[in-house]
Design a protein around this ligand. Structure first.
Ligand code: ADP
Ligand code: MG
Length: 140
């Protein structure tokens, strides 16, 4: 197995409820390292671009409004099989379907306000990391 990096966002519902530490503990307990992290306010243009793949979906406008409704924490997580490992730590998109112990099961408010984003493939992880971080910001 290879050491890999994935991109993560702690969404506005998580920062609003002061859950940054509790969610980060989930990553660290599962063996992922937070090798870069920054708290930012997403602009509408950033959220539209980041979620561009969902532009035609009915929930797109609401999603952009939600993602710009408060600060987010953007992160790079590193570890064995980090992309897949993080998707397991996060749980299913809809918290109603998320497995016990996952971040979304424990913390998500709804299918939209579901506390975390995680890349869905190594290819997308590389694109998403490069969108938010310069190489010199990441220390493994
Ligand atoms: P994931 O974040 O699990 O990769 P998607 O990429 O399918 O899920 O969707 C991106 C984000 O859009 C979700 O995390 C969630 O915030 C929002 N979303 C997805 N499906 C819905 C839906 N049916 N209604 C409202 N928001 C949704
Ligand atoms: Mg996705």
């Amino acid at each position: 197995m290879a050491i890999e990096r994935t991109f993560s966002i702690l969404k506005p519902d998580a920062t609003r409820r002061n859950l940054t530490g509790k969610i980060n503990a989930k990553f660290e307990e599962a063996g992922l390292r937070i090798v870069a992290q920054r708290r930012i306010q997403m602009t509408t243009a950033m959220a539209e671009s980041f979620y561009g793949v969902h532009r035609e979906r009915g929930f797109f406008r609401d999603l952009v409004t939600f993602m710009t409704s408060g600060p987010v924490v953007v992160q790079v997580l590193e570890g064995e099989n980090a992309v897949l490992a993080n998707r397991e730590i996060m749980g299913a998109t809809n918290p109603a379907n998320a497995a016990p112990g996952t971040i979304r099961k424990e913390f998500a408010e709804s299918i939209e306000a579901n506390s975390v984003h995680g890349s869905d493939s190594p290819e997308n992880a590389a694109i998403e990391i490069a969108y938010f971080f310069a190489g010199c910001d990441i220390t493994g």
